[in-house]
Design a protein. Structure first.
Length: 734
């Protein structure tokens, strides 16, 4: 519905544009309006679109969806507007004088011909300038926001754009809307393309074609690729994205290559295109790895096998020859990759390496990609592990900017990184840059896990390049062999059906080959575990859509585990999703600048990352500040504008669970798209569980996943660059 009302007073306005306003309508009814609004001022007459809602604390309010100014009609309306106090130096007498002199042209005179005010009594040159500046300061900003709104930007986007471009915002966007893609994180090609259409940009504009090419490569990056075949890029851009001819698309791509915006490289018989920064990250990482490998300090002579024997007695274990070789290589080679599935002894090897380093009084750093993964290493080794971001000293600036780099390197004899399958090429590049000459790099991970969410295929490229020392662990050891989780994980990975039993304590299969019934069972099981106080469980689904996908599961689980209550605050996210105190949530995009504090240690820092899971602890009375406690004890206060990167996490996708470990994992499997229902997904889901796996669904679906070894091809070049270096052929950046 629409209401015409005048701004009586502004109660609250946040940086995001969230505003609480006291309005009075044309019948003199006073009411409160809330919502995302552009700059509004006291005395301004607006047409509001929205609906009436009842807030449990503040009562009846008008939820504002959009606002538009109502042209001022009549002299009295102009007098009232000018004398409202919004313009410095204009009270009621001055307002009447201006309107009497200039009539309905009064605002145009103030805006464009302020010197004409000087002829009025009491208004000289200084005061006329003050009136003009005050009007432009407020109304000029308002007009910019309205101009941005007319181009199709939301209030939140308009706020970001105005902060970035200032008074030139509308002009800059009309000239080239596609600049928004690089400058404003929340604006992608599709949004910019809609804005461009409203701005009158030609369908075959060079700006548009170049943006379409970048969009294809950006989408490929979001799918994990660092590059794509040139032919695919041009075809997708021309046919699927832009709807233009091939020739101008090819010409635009060649121009971008010439300017260095894109990099072209002939790899394995194909011409590949890279976004320039991803090319640099892969190439520089390869060069850096060889530098680390060739410059590691020689460790003084000592009885390494004797140290291993001593630790075997201490822990009551006996390493097999492959495990002993892994420990030896950690002290003889500059770079080492240790890979193996669950139960093959990766943690035992880490303990041995760490204790020998300590006995030799050598300094080491221990890290993992996520907070949960770092905590797990700390728990299993008894030594402090940090996230890679903390290790490198994240320094803010809206991106991966670290204090530790090539000019300020890590001071350690060895750097040990676990869960390497999760590390993308950009983080790996930052890590490699920060390693000192002489330092060893030891990387541990499972080759068969899903690759990183971010771009690159780092662990697989390192191993398959056949250029670095790699130790593959394949034997399941006695203690781990008693776990059905470990046994079934290896059966899945080797292409055999897991043992499916309803009675096993740690690996249960509940046969319910119906989606609706499977959904009911999973929700019931989640509620029962929650009521028992078992908080460390996680539902993992291969997909987001369909009845037993992440999105629907989250809505049903929220309703069952954390229903609304009179004493429980909640806010609306988007059109229908609710976030309330007690909800399990996940950060879905890296936010490098948001600040956090650990309650137990009072440690402070910044950065919350894609995949971090936490719990909503508090929502303030205004609904503008939400406090979330993440699983690694970071407390973070989110503003409304930052909640676009928060989603419910009672259920998460298998991809998002990488690097995490949960006491109990529940996996609903009935049916899904073939590209997601594969062996790699099932193996990764099962290996996220520490104590118990429960699969709910169809045995036929499980069998189909095991037999499906197809997964989307991921293009990357780190292995190629490593091979070129190893062959001694060298390469250029051209």
């Amino acid at each position: 519905m629409n209401i015409v009302a005048t701004v009586n007073s502004i109660k609250f306005r946040g940086d995001s544009g969230w505003t609480v306003v006291n309005f009075v309508d044309e019948t003199n009814l006073k009411f409160v309006g809330v919502g995302m609004m552009p700059a509004v001022f006291e005395g301004e007459k607006l047409e509001l679109a929205g609906e009436w809602k009842v807030h449990k604390v503040y009562g009846r309010q008008f939820s504002v969806e959009s606002v538009s100014p109502v042209p001022l009609a009549g002299r009295e309306a102009l007098v009232s507007y000018l004398s409202s106090g919004m313009i410095k130096g204009v009270g009621l007498p001055t307002a009447r004088a201006i309107v009497n002199e200039f009539g309905e042209d009064a605002l145009d005179v103030i805006k464009n011909f302020p010197s004409r005010l000087e002829k009025l009594p009491g208004i000289g040159m200084i005061k006329s300038k003050m009136i003009h500046d005050s009007y432009m300061e407020k109304v000029g900003v308002h007009e910019i926001f309205m101009g941005l709104n007319e181009l199709g930007l939301t209030v939140n986007q308009a706020n970001k754009v105005f902060k970035l471009y200032g008074e030139n915002a509308v002009r800059f966007i009309r000239e080239n809307p596609y600049r928004l893609i690089a400058d404003v994180e929340s604006i992608g090609f599709k949004t910019a393309d809609k804005i461009a259409e409203k701005a009158g940009i030609d369908h075959d504009s060079p700006f548009r074609i170049k943006a379409g090419i970048r969009y294809v490569l950006s989408e490929a990056r979001n799918d994990g690729n660092t590059c794509l075949p040139k032919e695919i890029v041009i075809m997708r851009a021309a046919n699927e994205v832009l709807g233009v001819e091939i020739d101008p698309t090819e010409q635009a791509a060649e121009g971008m290559i010439m300017s260095g915006e894109l990099i072209e490289k002939h790899i394995d018989g194909e011409d590949m295109l890279f976004l320039s920064y991803l090319y640099s990250h892969e190439l520089d990482s390869a060069v850096g790895l060889f530098d680390i490998m060739n410059n590691a300090r020689v460790i003084r002579l000592f009885d390494l096998d004797g140290e291993i024997d001593s630790l075997e007695k201490k822990y009551g274990v006996e390493l097999d020859e492959v495990q002993r070789e892994a420990v030896r290589k950690a002290f003889t080679d500059g770079v080492l990759v240790i890979t193996g599935g669950p139960g093959t002894g990766k943690t035992t090897i880490l303990r041995f390496i760490i204790e020998i380093l300590e006995r030799l009084e050598l300094k080491y750093e221990l890290a993992a990609p996520t907070g949960r993964a770092a905590k797990r290493i700390t728990d299993t080794t008894g030594r402090e592990a940090r996230t890679i971001h903390r290790l490198l000293g994240y320094g803010g600036q809206g991106g991966e900017t670290f204090r530790m780099d090539e000019s300020n390197t890590l001071k350690a004899d060895a750097v040990i990184i676990d869960e390497m399958s999760m590390v993308d090429i950009s983080l790996f590049h930052s890590l490699v840059k920060a390693i000192s000459e002489g330092t060893r790099l030891i990387m541990v991970g499972d080759f068969d896990q899903l690759p990183s969410v971010g771009p690159g295929n780092v662990l697989r490229d390192l191993i398959l390049s056949d250029t670095l020392p790699v130790v593959r662990l394949t034997v399941i050891h006695r203690q781990a062999g008693r776990s059905m989780i470990v046994l079934n994980a290896h059966r899945i990975n080797s292409g055999r059906l897991p043992v499916l039993s309803e009675t096993e304590d740690d690996f249960q299969f509940i046969s319910i080959p119906d989606m609706e019934m499977s959904l009911e069972y999973v929700v019931k099981l989640g509620r029962e575990l929650s009521e028992k106080g078992e908080s460390d469980f996680q539902i993992l689904a291969p997909m987001k859509a369909n009845i037993i996908g992440v999105n629907n599961l989250n809505l049903k689980l929220q309703e069952a585990i954390n229903p609304p209550a009179a004493d429980k605050r909640q806010i609306l996210l988007g059109e229908s999703n609710v976030l309330r105190v007690g909800d399990r949530v996940m950060q879905t995009r890296n936010n490098y600048d948001i600040e956090w504090k650990r309650l137990r240690t009072a440690e402070e820092g910044s950065g919350v990352y894609n995949g971090d899971i936490g719990t909503v602890m508090d929502i303030d009375a205004s609904g503008n500040v939400i406090r979330i406690l993440f699983d690694d004890e970071r407390m973070v206060s989110f503003g409304r504008e930052e909640l676009e990167d928060i989603e419910l996490a009672y259920a998460v996708s298998v991809h998002k669970s990488q690097g995490s470990e949960f006491s109990t994992v529940i996996i609903p499997l009935v049916y899904g798209p073939r590209v997601l229902m594969n062996r790699n997904i099932l193996y990764t889901a099962v290996t996220r569980a520490r104590n118990r796996v429960v699969i709910v669904g169809s045995a036929k679906c499980v069998e189909g996943m095991i037999n499906n070894t197809q997964s989307a091809k991921r293009y990357s070049a780190l292995g190629f660059f490593l091979s070129e270096l190893s062959d001694g052929r060298g390469f250029s950046r051209e």
